[in-house]
Design a protein around this ligand. Structure first.
Ligand code: FMN
Length: 226
C-alpha cells in the first residue's frame, strides 16, 4: 500500500477550482488503486501554525532537556506534520496563486515541514534534501496569465518558489500545473478539458513509472512482485 498526501490551501470553500481538481485527482487515484491510502489535510480549516520561538527553541534545545508546555506543544505539531509528509509516497497539492505567490496557509505548512535533520540536512555540499523518491503534483489556480512573452511574464513567484523549496528538500519529480481560472483569458471550458487531460496523464505516468521501477505503486496489481 502507498500513501497519497492530498492538501488543499484555497481560502475559498465553495467553488474553489483547485479543490475540485485535487479532489478529482485523488478520487480517481483511489478508484484505480484501491489498496492505496489518501491522507487529506485542509489548511483553510486546519491551518499549520506559524513558526515561533517556542518551536525553534524546542528544536534546538540540548538533547534530554525539559521543554515547557508551549515548546513541547509546538514541537509535537511540527513533528506530526513532518511525519505525515515523510510517510507519503506522493503528493497532490492545491495551491492557488495569491498576490503573485502562495497562500500564507501553504507557507506556514512549508515552514513546519522543512526541518533540519528530518527533511533537510547538512551534507558535503551544504544543506541537502532528505525527501527522496517521491512524486508531487501541484495544481496552481490563478486568475491571470503569466505566460512567457506576455505582459505579466516574470510576475509569477509561485512556480519558481515551490519548485525551489520542494526540489531543495529532495523531490525531483514535480509536476506543476498552472490553471488559469478566468473567462478573460481564452476559452475556460476548453482549458478545463486540457487540465483534466494533464491530470490524467500525470496519474498514468506515475502508475507506469512505479510499475517499471518497482517504486511507488508497487504491488497494487495482481501479478506484480511484492
Ligand atoms: C487573496 C487573493 C489573492 C489573489 N491574488 C492573485 C494573484 O496575485 N494573481 C492571480 O493571477 N490571481 C490571484 N487571485 C485569484 C485566484 O488565484 C483565483 O481566483 C484562483 O482560482 C483561486 O483558486 P481557487 O479557485 O482554488 O480558490 C487571488 C485571489 C485571492 C482570493
Amino acid at each position: 500500500m502507498n500513501t497519497l498526501l492530498h492538501i488543499d490551501s484555497s481560502a475559498t470553500v465553495m467553488g474553489s477550482v483547485s479543490r475540485q481538481l485535487t479532489a478529482g485527482f485523488a478520487a480517481d487515484w483511489l478508484k484505480e488503486n484501491p489498496r492505496d491510502a489518501i491522507v487529506y489535510r485542509d489548511l483553510n480549516l486546519n491551518p499549520a501554525p506559524i513558526v515561533t520561538s517556542d518551536l525553534l527553541e524546542a528544536i534546538y534545545a540540548p538533547a534530554g532537556s525539559e521543554l515547557t508546555g508551549k515548546k513541547r506543544a509546538a514541537l509535537e505539531v511540527s513533528d506530526a506534520l513532518v511525519e505525515e509528509f515523510l510517510a507519503a509516497d506522493a503528493y497532490v497539492f492545491g495551491v492557488p496563486m495569491y498576490n503573485f505567490t502562495i497562500p500564507g496557509s501553504f507557507k506556514t505548512y512549508i515552514d513546519q515541514v522543512v526541518r533540519m535533520g528530518r527533511t533537510v540536512a547538512r551534507g558535503a555540499k551544504g544543506l541537502e534534501g532528505l525527501v527522496k523518491g517521491k512524486k508531487m503534483l501541484i495544481v496552481s489556480t490563478r486568475a491571470g496569465d503569466y505566460a512567457k512573452g506576455g505582459p505579466r511574464e516574470g510576475w509569477d513567484f509561485h512556480e519558481p518558489y515551490l519548485r525551489r523549496v520542494f526540489g531543495w528538500m529532495g523531490i525531483e519529480d514535480i509536476t506543476y500545473l498552472p490553471v488559469i481560472n478566468s473567462q478573460v483569458h481564452g476559452d475556460q471550458n476548453q482549458r478545463m478539458v486540457e487540465v483534466k487531460t494533464a491530470l490524467r496523464a500525470t496519474a498514468d505516468r506515475w502508475r507506469s513509472e512505479a510499475v517499471s521501477s518497482g517504486g511507488f505503486g508497487l504491488g497494487r496489481e495482481p501479478g506484480l512482485a511484492a
